[in-house]
Design a protein around this ligand. Structure first.
Ligand code: ZN
Length: 153
């Protein structure tokens, strides 16, 4: 069957950035399954897979707008170094959860200075052009339960 709304699609994929570094990859023998049309994967990849069938390969470049969005400067903040617990060694690349009025978000430390720490709440892949290469392993109709839940089981 063709990949379209209300299908569960299983894909093998490798995600690389503009310089060819592998950012993510489906484990050997464990394809990623998602419910098509339910925002389970980024819009650009979903668009690319629409109409394909099991066995088809794909190799697509996706702009930030069709992936994790632009990097938003207002989501970058500076906080005093003293606001971190004293026993935590704050280093660039460190991730932690912060409570916000909209619920918990994952933020990453991007710069550590003597007095101030710069943190970034953007998705780590925001602002990045993504390259997906892979193969469709299987396509099937979603069950009623999957449609009710809005995700693949
Ligand atoms: Zn469920």
């Amino acid at each position: 069957m063709l990949v379209g709304p209300n299908c569960v699609v299983s894909i093998y994929y490798t995600l690389t950035n503009d310089t060819g570094d592998v950012m993510d990859k489906s484990p050997e023998g464990q394809p990623l399954s998602y419910l098509h049309g339910a925002a389970g994967i980024i819009p650009g990849l979903e668009k690319e897979l629409t109409g394909k069938v099991a066995g088809d390969e794909f190799n697509v470049t996706i702009t930030p707008e069709e992936a994790y969005g632009r990097h938003q400067q207002e989501m970058v903040q500076q906080v005093p170094r003293s606001s971190f617990p004293g026993d935590v060694e704050v280093q660039p690349g460190m991730q932690f959860n912060a409570q916000t009025p909209n619920g918990p978000v994952t933020v990453m430390v991007t710069l550590v200075e003597e007095e101030m720490v710069t943190i970034d709440a953007n998705h780590p892949l925001a602002g990045k052009t993504l390259h997906f290469e892979g193969k469709i392993d299987a396509v099937r109709e979603a069950t009623q339960e999957e449609l009710d839940h809005g995700h693949a089981h």
